[in-house]
Design a protein around this ligand. Structure first.
Ligand SMILES: C[S@@+](CC[C@H](N)C(=O)[O-])C[C@H]1O[C@@H](n2cnc3c(N)ncnc32)[C@H](O)[C@@H]1O
Length: 268
């Protein structure tokens, strides 16, 4: 797949790239314990959520799939093993990508063959030509993007018109009692256990709840998706709204070109 055009750079781009660099380094440092903590802290519910994504996509076996912000590759592996035509997982943290490659080799079978590849790449500047993919997925990644709108615009650009997007992300439960219980766990227990097991690298497990609370709610994210060029945006709450799946289709129009450094539009 051909390289993209060089994206235009603006004055305000530097701070965003600096934040992106910090986030990449943080994920690089927690890469060795990432999977263990994911499964431990979510009591393995994260596995169920990724399976739900794959089930809802009803793969045909012909689709070219991009799994952006792939981390250690769990969703890309599932997509490949579920029979997607081909899968490319991308992430800007090289240690996460290295883990993903190791896991694919260790799994063997289709995952160790040419149907699955992992590359180091920034979701806000994807190294793929326009309309390169039929399907794009992002699990627990968009919340971390230093420029959400640039990332969504890039995902729209690399999808063919009519191509599908699935975004799985943490959210906030709607029920106030459950939300209060969940927040106690999320704000107190999770950072404590996470930082203990990961060695406290960059206080990463305090960053997790902070980033979830700072992230736009499901309706606001749906609005940002529409603005980036997606249509038919559906929101599916999972496990009482702890996570949300956004399903969307790339609309027929020209997708927005990401202009790095422009201020994000106001949430609807
Ligand atoms: C919470 S992890 C999720 C990983 C994986 N998708 C999963 O389901 O476990 C978020 C990932 O997003 C990656 N990420 C954050 N911002 C990124 C960007 N701008 N470009 C590429 N990867 C990014 C991080 O390096 C990290 O691996």
């Amino acid at each position: 797949m051909g390289p993209t055009e060089t994206p235009s750079l603006r004055f305000g781009d530097a701070p965003r790239r600096k934040r992106g660099g910090r986030i990449a380094r943080m994920f690089d440092r927690i890469a060795p314990t990432y999977d263990l903590l994911n499964h431990l802290l979510s009591a393995n519910v994260d596995v169920r959520w990724r399976r739900e994504v794959v089930a809802r996509l009803a793969l045909t076996g012909r689709e070219r799939v991009l799994d952006a912000c792939c981390g250690t590759g769990d969703l890309a592996l599932l997509l490949c093993e579920a029979g997607a035509g081909s899968v490319v997982g991308t992430d800007f943290a090289p240690a996460m990508v290295a883990r993903a490659r190791e896991k694919a080799l260790a799994r063997g079978g289709r995952a160790a063959g040419p149907a699955l590849a992992f590359e180091v790449a920034d979701t806000t500047r994807l190294p793929f030509g326009d309309a390169s993919f039929d399907l794009a997925t992002v699990a627990f990644g968009v919340r971390n993007l230093e420029d959400l709108d640039a990332g969504l615009a890039e995902l729209c650009r690399v999808l063919r018109p009519g191509g599908r997007l699935a975004v799985l992300e943490f959210s906030r439960p709607a029920n106030p009692v459950f939300r209060a219980l969940y927040h106690t766990y999320f704000m107190l227990v999770l950072p404590l256990v996470g930082n203990l097991v990961s060695g406290g690298a960059d206080n990463a497990y305090a960053y997790l709840p902070r980033s979830v609370l700072a992230f736009p709610g499901p309706e606001a994210l749906a609005g940002r998706l529409r603005r980036a060029g997606f249509a038919e945006v559906h929101v599916v709450p999972l496990t009482l709204g702890i996570a949300c799946l956004h399903l969307a289709t790339r609309g027929p129009g020209q997708p927005l070109r990401p202009v790095h450094g422009s201020p994000p539009p106001a949430a609807p």
